[in-house]
Design a protein around this ligand. Structure first.
Ligand SMILES: [Zn+2]
Length: 273
């Protein structure tokens, strides 16, 4: 999907179709180009394995149904977005907005079964067949989650920008959570936002601590600082690293969205109790 024109990055030779079979080719050629023997990154191999595993999980959960297709579509888009964000810090509209449209469409055929589907039928009745009305309520659930998720991240991004003067969240993240919302419904979207914020913060903290420890050791060995002086100076570097650090928030949103979808029964049971 995100293969930039299947050519070898070393010699530029186009990779022949028989050397371009997912997973198998990489294993046969042991990660090297047939022409120049240059190393080919296992990134695609990893993405292909994850995508394959994802499809199997969807099939195991839903069998050959539309729900399985929805699951596979969601997983495929999210894996693409997670790796694109990690590598380029970009979340292409082509994936997020297409995903949003697909999520909204799927809600007509695979019930989202969130708050509105539970609450609304007792309050308002739509003068159409029960089947169509439940599809409409499902669509409303999908739309509501997309809107609430997007507004929440947009608001949080604006506050963050004012407080720190740097962009912590981009419009790409806002579109991504809208897409996730359209697939998941409101409750799991809220879970995704909070879990992603926690995971992102933990990762940021870990990065800062890693810089601190590394720099402290360097100051001690290369500059022969006293332990206290080394720690103090290294802390200064860690703070600078923190300021410069740009969290690929889409990576966390995407992986937590995926986790929310796969563990939704368990999560929703826990949510309700
Ligand atoms: Zn080559």
């Amino acid at each position: 999907m995100v293969r930039p024109g299947s050519a070898c990055p070393h010699c530029g030779k186009f990779i022949q179709f028989y050397d371009n079979i997912p997973v198998v080719s990489w294993l046969i050629l042991r990660g090297r180009c047939r022409n120049c023997a240059g190393r080919i990154t296992p990134r695609y191999l990893i993405i292909e394995l994850l995508t394959g595993g994802m499809f199997l999980l969807c099939y195991a959960q839903f069998g050959l149904t539309l729900a399985a297709l929805k699951c596979a579509t969601f997983g495929f888009l999210l894996l693409g977005l997670i790796f694109t964000d990690a590598e380029t810090h970009l979340l292409p509209d082509k994936l997020t907005l297409t995903g949003l449209a697909l999520g909204l469409t799927f809600s007509f055929f695979v019930p989202v079964n969130d708050l509105l589907s539970v609450l609304l039928p007792g309050i308002i009745s739509i003068p159409v067949s029960p089947d169509l009305s439940s599809r409409l309520f499902s669509f409303m659930d999908s739309t509501l989650a997309a809107l609430v998720g997007a507004s929440f991240l947009y608001g949080a991004g604006a506050i963050y920008l004012r407080a720190r003067g740097v962009e912590g969240m981009g419009l790409g993240d806002v579109k991504l959570i809208a897409m996730i919302g359209s697939f998941l419904g409101l409750r799991l979207t809220i879970f995704t936002i909070f879990a992603a914020s926690l995971a992102g913060s933990a990762f940021g903290l870990w990065t800062v601590l890693a810089v601190w420890v590394k720099r402290t050791q360097r100051r001690r060995h290369a500059f022969h600082d006293t332990p206290a002086a080394a720690r103090k100076r290294a802390w200064g570097s860690a703070i600078i690293a923190l300021r410069r650090y740009q969290m690929p928030f889409g990576v966390f949103l995407g992986s937590m969205g995926l986790a929310a979808f796969l563990f939704r029964h368990w999560l929703l049971g826990w949510y309700m109790s």
